[in-house]
Design a protein around this ligand. Structure first.
Ligand SMILES: Nc1ncnc2c1ncn2[C@@H]1O[C@H](COP(=O)(O)OP(=O)(O)OP(=O)(O)O)[C@@H](O)[C@H]1O
Ligand SMILES: [Mg+2]
Length: 412
């Protein structure tokens, strides 16, 4: 009886120990399951992230590639394949410098040095690549570093910017052409101004002085006239004196018109006012107005010449009763407006003024040239029988020092 009790106690103790073992096995199994689940979840997340990267890399409209520190191409996407015309297998494993235009290989060396040696996190270049067909394409390249296990690789995005570069080239050519045209104009108009100056000088110093001296000599002729002829001589001399006075005034007017001294000393407003006042009593009632402030002498001269031609044209051609010349400015531009209520112009007459033709006037086409040179805008609004309005808008040259220099040559 005692033995069987002992056996029951032992069994109970063994049973308890077994229960303990089972519990600890269960808990070990539980934690192993949890670790496994966590690892699986990590791998899944990793896989998903890889897939996301793969999709972005492949679907990108821009050329994408991964390069090693020696510029060896490890992976390319479809856009880059299309851009360069080579197959994926042809590109992967080769160096990007093999597709560079010879003159631009240094760009890639620069990129390599900045990324891997200087450790700049991202670096960009604009460079030229050669496609399989031998065409040259301009690319904007941006590269940045990323860690891949032990290695540091370069992720490179390439954008084809050939259309933009072509547009820039056309713009540069246009600019160059414009500069050449400006140089020709500069020479032509410069020679014109020089000629005006020379003629004005000889009119003033040569012809003016001779006429004046002749007038003085005439007084002596009258004093030496024979008795009986004095009245006749007096009359002839009076007429001659009158004619000479007119000749002197006219010579002085032409000389001033050629080189406007008032302009230099007193500015545009005074010079224009004086110029317009000469037409008082010619049949056209002229109203002229100009802002008072002084501006650069070169621009003053250019505007003066333009106004001179516009007013001369009104007086010569328009048969108008009234004319208006206004020169004004706002914060951004200078404006010239010449308007008359005369006979106006036919459409083809307006078009004719865009180019000088042999035997025809050059006034309006010279204005066009000057306005173009100053990078301004000219508009003619003229209908037969309804008068003419010519509007000009000029940028102030202070903001354009290169034009200021060109004009210095031109206007004096
Ligand atoms: N205000 C105007 N009203 C009517 N016709 C005009 C006016 N301005 C110009 N024209 C016409 O335009 C033409 C061209 O003018 P432009 O100034 O180029 O030459 P022009 O005055 O005839 O000669 P130039 O100026 O060389 O002495 C003139 O011949 C005239 O027929
Ligand atoms: Mg004219």
């Amino acid at each position: 009886m005692q033995d069987s009790n002992e056996q029951v106690r032992q069994l109970a103790a063994e049973n308890k120990a077994l229960q303990g073992e089972i519990a600890s096995l269960r808990s070990a199994q539980q934690s192993a399951t949890e670790t496994l689940q966590a690892r699986l979840a990590g791998e899944k997340a990793n896989q998903e992230s890889q897939q996301r990267f793969q999709t972005i890399f492949e679907q990108s409209k821009l050329g994408n590639k991964i390069i090693a520190p020696d510029l060896c191409i490890l992976k390319v996407n479809q856009a880059l394949v299309t851009m360069l015309g080579y197959g994926k297998a042809e590109l992967e494993g080769t160096r990007i410098t093999e597709y560079s235009h010879l003159g631009y290989v240094d760009h890639w060396r620069e990129l390599q040095e900045n990324l891997w040696t200087k450790r700049i996190p991202s670096f960009g270049i604009e460079t030229v690549l050669v496609t399989k067909e031998g065409a040259l394409i301009w690319c904007r390249v941006i590269s940045f570093l990323f860690a891949d296990g032990e290695d540091t690789l370069g992720y490179t995005i390439l954008e084809d910017i050939t259309p933009r570069k072509n547009r820039e080239k056309v713009l540069r050519q246009d600019h160059h052409r414009l500069q050449q045209q400006q140089a020709v104009l500069k020479t032509v108009l410069g020679a014109q101004e020089e000629e005006r100056r020379r003629i004005a000088e000889s009119l003033h110093n040569g012809m003016g002085q001779i006429l004046f001296a002749t007038k003085l000599h005439l007084a002596r002729v009258e004093a030496t006239a024979l008795p009986g002829q004095q009245s006749e001589v007096h009359q002839a001399l009076e007429k001659t004196r009158q004619l000479l006075t007119e000749a002197i005034v006219e010579t002085s007017r032409v000389s001033h018109e050629l080189v406007p001294l008032l302009l230099k000393d007193f500015g545009l407003a005074k010079a224009i006012e004086e110029f317009c006042s000469r037409f008082a009593g010619t049949g056209i009632q002229l109203q002229c107005h100009c802002f008072q402030e002084r501006i650069s002498s070169t621009l003053e001269m250019a505007i003066y010449r333009i106004c001179q031609e516009l007013v001369n044209n009104m007086v010569k051609h328009s048969d108008a009763a009234r004319g208006r010349l206004e020169v004004y400015r706002d914060r951004d531009y200078l404006y010239i407006e010449a308007q008359d209520n005369g006979k106006g112009m036919a459409g083809d007459q307006v078009i004719d003024t865009t180019r000088p033709e042999p035997g025809k006037g050059i006034g309006l086409s010279t204005i066009r040239d000057r306005v173009a040179l100053l990078e301004g805008k000219l508009e003619i609004d003229a209908t037969p029988g309804e008068g003419t309005l010519i509007s000009i808008r000029l940028p102030p040259t202070a903001r354009r020092p290169h034009l200021e220099r060109a004009l210095c040559w031109l206007m004096f």
